[in-house]
Write a protein that binds this ligand. Structure first.
Ligand SMILES: [Zn+2]
Length: 428
């Protein structure tokens, strides 16, 4: 039976563990997290940093090495404390996979425990037209291809997280409603697990939440504890991180800011209501502002990044229509962003998706709105950053969530010896 769960806590996974096993697991997790956060170090240093004794650390490191999660690093020269010693570092064998379903494309990204992107692929696809079953078939085949390619390089995918453009009940991985693709009540995690086989655990989450996690853990705002991430694509996604924790709300459906009614009521949103923010700043609004009917930049058959590059080229050449359109979008982003800053007092707002690609043309009008509308003087120090993760943020966040489960319970991975292609110490 495929093991499908979103819970990363071992005691919620239906496996009975003794107190001793639980402590051991927590200590393994503690050593693994320490190495991931602080980099390669000697066993003595790990002991000092974690408060565990040296013999315990040596035994924990040996177990983590058997699992293929750590390996010997370089010999540490005298740093002023004791003799030179063999360092331990994170092994890149175990990977997480993020799989995104967007309105017009599917994407798959494999990230290893060292933070290196092993592969990323994106394929244009008309998801609303293709429907649920065929889209999931296609995504599963892309996942299988990426997993096989990773295995050929000695890597193992330990978990999969689907990044979805709608409201997701994360515990069962159920997509409740995604207006932009027209899906309702689709058990995405179960459906994908059935298609990709039994080996990897499958989860599902809202794409914007995952993108916010990616920004928080590996993007421009890495280590910022209070941030709001806004993604501009066909729909508008938002993830809020306060005090280092993703804000989910009582049912997990928080962050649907695209439906704040602050747009022109003349434009009806995919959710059925008039004047949602999404209708003022989503892709359709951008194209309405900068392109006439028949303009190639509005042709969905052409890759989105190619079309955005063309809009950017026109703006850089000083095309008046394009520049006026981008200014209008920037102003509209600012109106909604000011509400979010007043609500959440973030240190950083990160802009992802197409907002990041064209962001330098949005920043002036956007920041002018923030300065005007945020009540706190100097907007409480909030700055605006353009995402450097491009369109990969949601996938990266998905892979990150899969790896978090490994960091929480290192014993959940299949030992390295069970992978015949793996060569100890190899990072091919
Ligand atoms: Zn709406």
């Amino acid at each position: 039976m495929a093991h499908v769960t979103n819970a990363v806590e071992p005691w919620k996974e239906g496996r009975w563990v003794s107190d001793g096993q639980l402590v051991r697991r927590q200590n393994l997790a503690s050593v693994l997290r320490e190495l991931r956060a602080a980099g390669p170090r000697s066993r003595a240093r790990i002991a000092a940093d974690t408060g565990l004794n040296k013999a315990t650390v040596s035994s924990l490191v040996a177990e983590l090495a058997e699992l293929g999660l750590v390996r010997d690093g370089e010999v540490e020269r005298d740093g002023g404390v004791g003799r030179p010693g063999q360092t331990v570092e994170i092994d890149g064998r175990v990977c997480g996979l993020g799989a995104e379903i967007a309105v017009d494309h599917l994407a798959v990204l494999v990230l290893d425990l060292r933070g290196e992107v092993i592969s990323y692929s994106r394929a244009p696809l008309d998801v609303p037209r293709l429907g649920v079953a065929r889209t999931l078939d296609e995504l599963a085949s892309q996942i299988a291809a990426a997993t096989a390619a990773a295995a050929a390089r000695g890597r193992e995918v330990a978990g999969i997280t689907a990044a979805l453009p709608g409201m997701v009940e994360t515990a069962p991985g159920l997509l409740r409603h995604a207006p932009t693709i027209g899906w309702r009540e689709v058990p995405v995690a179960d459906e994908l697990a059935a298609r990709v086989g039994e080996s990897a655990r499958v989860r599902a989450d809202n794409a914007a939440n995952l993108a916010a996690l990616a920004e928080h853990t590996m993007g421009q705002a890495a280590a910022v504890t209070d941030l709001v991430h806004i993604t501009g694509e066909t729909g508008i996604g938002c993830g809020v991180i306060t005090d280092g924790t993703l804000l989910r709300g009582s049912g997990g459906y928080g962050g649907e800011i695209g439906h704040m009614p602050i747009g022109d009521p003349a434009h009806r949103c995919g959710c059925g209501q008039p004047g949602c923010w999404e209708t003022a700043i989503g892709m359709a609004a951008l194209l309405r502002q900068v392109a006439d009917p028949g303009d190639a930049v509005a042709d969905p058959r052409i890759d989105l990044e190619v079309r955005l590059a063309e809009i950017r080229r026109r703006a850089e050449l000083g095309d008046g229509r394009t520049l006026r359109g981008l200014t209008a979008i920037g102003t509209s982003i600012g109106v909604g962003a000011a509400i979010l800053v007043n609500l959440f007092n973030p240190a950083v707002i990160t802009l992802g998706g197409y907002f990041a690609v064209l962001g330098d043309f949005f920043l002036d009008p956007l920041e002018a709105e923030l300065d005007k509308r945020v009540v706190l003087p100097g907007r409480g120090g909030c700055r605006v950053e353009l995402s450097a993760l491009g369109f990969t943020a949601a996938c990266r966040g998905g892979a990150h969530v899969a790896l978090e489960a490994v960091l929480t319970d290192p014993t959940s991975v299949v030992p390295a010896t069970a992978t015949p292609t793996h060569t100890a110490g190899g990072t091919a």
